[in-house]
Design a protein around this ligand. Structure first.
Ligand code: FAD
Length: 411
């Protein structure tokens, strides 16, 4: 029986590609008729590039992306606060930088490869509407362009994003909170380094009212800022408002061409378990967080590569199910809480801090860390998720000896 991957976003595509590489039959089910092309996450960290190496896409990602070793913390009033250099990790990773590449490019690259891979079935325009994932096997009910039907599977990987049907159908909780403000993303073809000299390619800019996140990709510069909860979307995304916001960052008399904009709600939420019987949750289906730090998608990819390594051991080497999938659920949930949620929450609070004393303390702390090479190295090791991978591994063989084949209703 195949493994069913629900969701053809970046995390589902990585899961499917990893399973195919292990020689495991896979059916990928995606509700949209074609892979999605909207601009969302755009950062790939060193550990993720190392892990993706095995899927044969890293060379192409470099050819299409932008390598960014240095990023800055700034303050809208004070200017540059501190600069951190991923080059400090040169002895620990072959990729000591962030690779800026919009996520839809990774989806396209993997989709092209999967479409040509024997043993992989791609079902676009098809949604999962029911699921059972008992100890002996799993099935999903599908509804789509080609009609409806039931598909049996060895295992189901729920990679169906923040509003995951797999999570909802399995009645798994998703506790956390929603930030009061919305986040607005506007993209422009103007080179922000020309209008703001000294800027890095990735910049986090603190301000009690109008904090900012400015980053560069090959297609455009992207600016992210908060929109008060009570402001209607139509007002926040009005072309004149977007223009005024960008002019407020730096004057550009010809007017900023705005090539794309999106407004969305941001949450910190985590699934109560990442495993129920023969179903697992990965990526946004398992945890969602603030984009400040660019680690959400990265950790989702680590989830996918962790669980697929375990499924390969189960399906190809006869490893027992429960120790592997329990370890997946424990380790990946712990990383999501201790690294992804903790750091993105701290990053977001640092940008939007309103108390002047705490703002000063934040700046002093960042300057101190950046000035000390050992502390700075530890900092970039942590923010790039390299520390979590060094500490927990990805798909590491479980140490616990457990040969039971229970239902594994891990909650
Ligand atoms: C507007 C926006 C901007 C963002 N910007 C950033 C950023 O700057 N930095 C950052 O780190 N992160 C950002 N994110 C988050 C980032 O995009 C996600 O972490 C990432 O997309 C997660 O990938 P995924 O594959 O887990 O989920 P998704 O990309 O959401 O993919 C899930 C897929 O599952 C499909 N699906 C859903 N339900 C079903 C079903 N029942 N059956 C079959 N298929 C289904 C969906 O159509 C979708 O294609 C942003 C998110 C949004 C919405």
């Amino acid at each position: 029986m195949p493994v069913i991957v629900v969701g053809g976003g970046p995390v589902g595509m990585v899961a499917a590609a990893a399973l195919a590489r292990h020689g495991i039959r896979v059916v990928l089910v995606e509700s949209e008729p074609v892979p999605q092309t909207d601009w969302r996450a755009s950062t790939f960290h060193p550990a993720t590039l190392e892990l993706l190496d095995g899927l044969g896409v890293v060379e192409q990602m470099h050819a299409e992306g932008l390598t960014v070793p240095v990023y800055q913390f700034r303050d809208r009033t004070e200017g540059l606060v501190a600069e951190f250099d991923f080059g400090l990790l040169a002895a620990e990773t072959p990729y000591p930088y962030r690779l800026q590449l919009n996520q839809q490019h990774l989806v396209r690259m993997l989709h092209e490869r999967l479409a040509a891979t024997p043993g992989v079935e791609l079902r676009f325009g098809t949604s999962v509407t029911a699921i059972a994932a008992e100890a002996g096997g799993a099935w999903v009910q599908l509804q789509g362009q080609a009609g409806s039907g039931q598909l049996r599977a060895g295992f189901v990987i729920g990679a169906d994003g923040a509003t995951s049907s797999v999570r909802r159908l399995l009645d798994i909780g998703f506790d956390g909170f929603t930030y009061p403000e919305q986040f607005l993303i506007a993209s422009t073809s103007v080179d922000m380094r020309e209008v703001l000299p000294g800027l890095a390619d990735v910049n986090y800019i603190a301000d009690p009212v109008q904090w900012l996140f400015l980053l560069r990709t090959r297609e455009a510069w992207r600016a992210v800022w908060p929109v008060p909860a009570d402001r209607p979307d139509s007002e926040a995304t009005d072309p004149a408002t977007l223009q005024a916001q960008l002019q407020g960052i730096a004057q550009y008399p010809p007017g900023y061409p705005i090539t794309d904009h999106q407004i969305y709600r941001v949450h910190q939420r985590i699934a109560s378990t990442f495993r129920l019987g023969r179903a697992v949750l990965v990526g946004d289906a398992a945890h969602i967080n603030s984009p400040i730090g660019g680690v959400g998608l990265n950790s989702g990819i680590h989830d996918a590569l962790d669980v697929t390594a375990r499924l390969a051991r189960i399906l190809r080497e006869g490893a027992p199910v429960d120790p592997e999938l329990d370890e997946f659920a424990d380790v990946r949930r712990r990383v999501a809480l201790e690294y992804v949620q903790a750091d993105t929450q701290r990053n977001t609070e640092r940008l939007r801090e309103a108390d002047e004393e705490r703002r000063q303390r934040n700046r002093a702390q960042l300057r101190e860390i950046a000035a000390d090479p050992e502390r700075a190295r530890a900092w970039v090791r942590r923010v790039s998720l390299l520390e979590s991978v060094q500490r927990f591994g990805v798909g590491r063989r479980p140490e616990r000896a457990n040969t039971a084949t229970s239902t594994g209703s891990h909650r």
